[in-house]
Design a protein around this ligand. Structure first.
Ligand code: SF4
Length: 293
């Protein structure tokens, strides 16, 4: 569908927002420090003017098409004040009445800066879900990759969302700490998810877009690159430690070697069997992503 919006590139969105209208309410990421992330390195963080966003919403509204989902970009749209976010959500719902849900990426610290009451107001304004790159539940690993968050800040933020009725889709990065920190990364990441019981969870595999040497230079520890088998074993340990009740789980991002899709806890044993088969060569992996066992 043609959209009368000139996007500031590069533009990213979660896979499940493929059919959403994307509105860039900020450009870049206010943190932009994470060692593993190069998404917004070419952009200077900017808050866009409300009038510019309003014009884009109006231009789309004039197309008279039915839009059900809106995703607020860029990387860290939730850094905006509750007042500004509510203003944007209200404009969306006023001009695009078919919209049923508004979502965005969010850093835990930006959730924690908002009061419970403000989060409830955001939910009432249409903000139904946030995507949170948890990355790890291990404080040492989070520190080494300069995430700027901890187990506790992330747990607090996710519990606040639950209290406000805003759904959470969380992402964990397999291989983030390398071989040396693999066990603590897997176990503490599972512990974090168990403590918050998110509605959606997914795993991505750490990918070195600019080469492993660059990642090592930014990693504040002893990073040892893992083989495909070791990455699968880390995912297995993570899975073994998960005690989720009703979380939709996906590992179908292009970075994953093995696709797992289902609900945890119901499908935990099935996932463990698939992982065991993959580790022992009884199940094929995505050939294009093989690093060598
Ligand atoms: S906060 Fe998110 S978007 Fe920003 S640098 Fe870190 S991972 Fe990338």
């Amino acid at each position: 569908m043609y959209l009368p919006i000139e996007y500031n590139q590069p533009l990213f969105r979660p896979p499940s927002e493929a059919n959403s209208l994307i509105l860039q309410v900020t450009l870049g990421c206010s943190n932009n420090e994470c060692a593993f992330c190069e998404m917004y390195k070419t952009k200077k963080f900017t808050v866009r003017k409300f009038e510019e966003i309003q014009k884009e919403i109006n231009d789309v509204a004039n197309l008279n098409v039915s839009i059900r989902k809106v995703f607020l970009a860029d990387g860290d749209a939730f850094v905006l004040s509750p007042k500004r976010l509510i203003e944007i959500c209200n404009e969306v719902r006023l001009r695009l009445p078919s919209v049923q849900r508004i979502t965005a990426y969010a850093l835990p610290s930006n959730i924690n800066k908002k009061s419970n009451e403000e989060l409830k107001q955001l939910k009432a304004a249409g903000l139904k879900m946030l995507y949170i790159g948890v990355e790890s539940g291990d404080d040492e690993v989070l520190e080494m990759v300069s995430k700027g968050e901890t187990f506790e800040t992330t747990k607090k933020a996710l519990l606040k969302l639950k209290e406000a009725g805003i759904k959470a889709s969380v992402m964990v990065l397999v291989g983030l700490g390398g071989r040396k920190y693999s066990n603590q990364h897997a176990i503490n990441s599972a512990k974090l998810l168990n403590a918050v019981q998110p509605e959606f969870a997914s795993t991505l595999v750490l990918t070195f877009y600019s080469g492993v040497a660059k990642y090592i230079s930014e990693f504040k520890g002893d990073f040892q690159e893992m083989s495909t088998k070791e990455l699968l074993e880390e995912l297995q340990l993570f899975m073994q430690n998960l005690e989720l009740e009703e979380t939709i789980f996906r590992s179908n991002h292009a970075s994953n070697y093995l696709v797992l899709k289902g609900q945890l806890g119901k499908d935990k044993q099935l996932f463990l069997k698939q992982l065991d088969d993959a580790i022992n060569g009884r199940q094929g992996l995505r050939p294009e992503w093989m690093r060598g066992l």
